[in-house]
Design a protein around this ligand. Structure first.
Ligand code: SF4
Length: 331
């Protein structure tokens, strides 16, 4: 299988504004120093054509930033992102629609839709702007787009507030697919929906993957959501990938203590892991990540070496990579 997306050593930082303590210290003569948040810190990943890659980790671990970089919404500071072997051009610099191949579906469909824009305009705005369809074709095009996501044509002239949360997310999916992408980044795309609606939207994503041979980067804080859709799962912690494996392998043979802790928190997901401790403590601030292995302050098996040595992501089995100094002993 060829890769549609490839990331090489991708990094992205943000300079944050000084907080109250910093401002007071500066007012009293302390030297002001910029606070740099390393949201994504050296990520290598591939997504194959037709593959669903799940990306899990706690809120604040950098997975949404990574999704936005892959979608071309946010430029990386360094490293490379390729779409079909060509560097992804940041959407803010695109004039020719060359970035249409990767689209994004967000967590909150109410915020993602313009309340003053009718559904037909919502769906056809981008394809008209990029010359994919003529204005005269808009209604027929939108009817087909709605049908594809399970909505009827009487939605055409209505507005977002007239739909339920699940229906609004279907409209967002129809809009994303309207420019015929190969890759869809789903950023917590079912997190705001009721559990019964979540299952419907997940089934829709899978159905569309099969029909259109789409690839997904499926981002979620909830590993029990990701395991239903993903061919492989990448686990992210404080800006770095700490484990990557085919879904079944990751669930049956997790090797990183962070992955084990995430799995231990999901009731009934893996009976073999019920003796593993759940996650302890808070996610450290990415403004000052721990030295050595970033997980060491929360790791139940950390050694002295873990405080000073940063583990690299290394293969422990075919297709299975882990960033842990004790990975093999621990398997
Ligand atoms: Fe735990 Fe050490 Fe492995 Fe990090 S390197 S996950 S601290 S055992």
């Amino acid at each position: 299988m060829s890769n549609v997306i490839e990331l090489r050593s991708v990094r992205r930082s943000f300079v944050t504004k000084p907080d109250l303590a910093d401002r007071i210290a500066t007012a009293f003569g302390a030297k002001s120093s910029a606070r740099v948040l390393r949201a994504v810190d050296g990520v290598d990943l591939e997504i194959a054509q037709g593959e669903v890659l799940g990306l899990v980790g706690e809120s604040g671990c950098g997975k949404s930033t990574l999704g936005r970089i892959v979608a071309g919404i946010l430029p990386q500071d360094s490293g490379e992102v390729f779409f079909n072997d060509r560097p992804i051009v940041n959407k803010t610099q695109q004039k020719d629609g060359s970035g249409l191949g990767v689209q994004m579906v967000f967590q909150n469909p109410a915020a993602a839709l313009d309340p003053r824009q009718s559904i037909v305009d919502t769906i056809t705005e981008a394809p008209i702007a990029h010359g994919l369809i003529k204005r005269s074709e808009a209604r027929g095009f939108a009817i087909e787009a709605l049908k594809r996501v399970g909505l009827r044509d009487d939605a055409l002239d209505r507005y977002p507030h007239q739909f339920s949360g699940g229906q609004r997310q279907r409209i967002c999916i129809a809009r994303a697919l309207a420019v015929d992408p190969s890759v869809v980044i789903c950023d917590e795309a079912v997190a705001s929906l009721d559990v019964s609606i979540q299952a419907q939207i997940i089934n829709l994503f899978l159905d569309l993957r099969d029909k259109l041979n789409l690839s997904y980067l499926f981002i979620s804080h909830d590993i029990s959501v990701v395991e239903h859709v993903s061919d492989r799962i990448a686990v992210m912690y404080l800006g770095q990938i700490v484990e990557l494996a085919p879904t079944e392998e990751l669930l049956e043979n997790p090797q990183h203590p962070y992955t084990k802790a995430l799995l231990a928190e999901v009731p009934g997901l893996d009976k073999r892991l019920t003796d593993e401790p759940g996650l302890e403590g808070e996610l450290p601030s990415p403004l000052s990540p721990p030295t050595g292995c970033r997980f060491h302050p929360r790791c139940p098996i950390a050694t002295q070496d873990c405080r000073s040595q940063a583990p690299r992501l290394e293969s422990t089995a075919p297709g299975h990579q882990v960033a842990c100094l004790l990975a093999e002993k621990n398997s």
